[in-house]
Design a protein around this ligand. Structure first.
Ligand code: B12
Length: 209
């Protein structure tokens, strides 16, 4: 439907006024929240993710697109909660203890939301026990940890160990990311997965959930 395309385009352009209005209009026309999410928001953010990967869009544009996505999400969120739409699952995402970098983490959170996941953004400088607590509170099946410093990377293993040590969180799958990380490093600390960018993180979360 052309209206879904219009909504996707508003997100790609980062027009948060239009994205909000278009979402409101679709709701008023009786379109379900799930359709708005799956036919408008997710395809829009998918284009953003692809363009970002191909260096056709840069971080500020992605953040602006994500803001437009959020404006529309705010309209449909209450309806999604009422309907029996299965979100794809909950993911807790945070930056590891000692590390304040959050631009990449925020992008991952936004892309996950755009991809149909419920996201708990735990914030930055998050100690292992806080990750455990957030997983227990939210019932998340996947945890994403971000680290941008070689000095804070080892803290990711502490999180993985703490989650494994607690019977309430032992089954949770951990994915890691951040500029200094590699697949080898992720394997060495026992992470379930590694993704190099935010749109790959969405694919990975889909596999892990
Ligand atoms: C911006 C920035 C800052 C900002 C952070 C602002 C903020 N709100 O985040 C400020 C100025 C605060 C800062 C501070 C510091 N920084 Co700094 N910073 C950077 C810089 C320039 C960009 C990082 C960034 O945002 N990149 C853009 C995002 C989109 O990319 P990204 O984070 O890699 O995320 C992508 C992927 O990695 C992945 N991803 C990220 N997280 C996750 C998580 C999961 C689960 C998954 C699957 C994927 C994933 O997806 C993202 C999107 O595609 C980098 C340089 C660089 N090239 O990385 C240095 C850099 C990371 N910083 C560095 C340093 C040294 C510091 C300081 C120690 C400086 C100082 N002496 O004070 C402090 C440390 C503060 C702290 N305790 O954290 C060094 C690290 C060196 C090292 N080997 O460890 C770098 C590499 C710069 C350099 N070349 O020296 N920094």
């Amino acid at each position: 439907m052309a209206k879904f395309q219009e909504l996707a385009d508003a997100i790609i352009k980062g027009d948060n006024t239009s994205s909000k209005e278009l979402a409101e209009k679709l709701v008023a026309d009786g379109v379900s929240a799930a359709e708005i999410l799956n036919e408008g928001l997710v395809p829009g953010m998918n284009v953003v993710g692809t363009k970002f990967k191909a260096n056709e869009m840069y971080i500020p544009e992605v953040l602006i697109a994500a803001r437009a996505m959020h404006a529309a999400m705010d309209i449909i969120k209450p309806l999604l909660a009422e309907s029996d739409v299965e979100m794809k699952g909950t993911v807790v995402v945070g930056t590891v203890q000692g590390d304040l970098h959050d631009i990449g983490k925020n992008l991952v959170c936004m892309m996950l939301e755009g991809g149909g996941f419920s996201v708990v953004d735990a914030g930055v400088d998050i100690p292992a026990d806080k990750f455990v607590e957030e997983v227990k509170k939210s019932g998340a099946k996947v945890v994403g940890i971000s680290a941008l410093l070689t000095t804070t990377m080892p803290g990711m293993k502490d999180v993985i160990d703490a989650l494994k040590a607690d019977p309430g969180t032992a089954d949770v799958k951990v994915m890691v990311g951040g500029a200094p990380l590699t697949q080898e490093y992720a394997d060495s600390i026992g992470a379930a997965g590694y993704a190099a960018d935010a749109s790959s993180a969405v694919d990975l979360a889909g596999e892990l959930v």
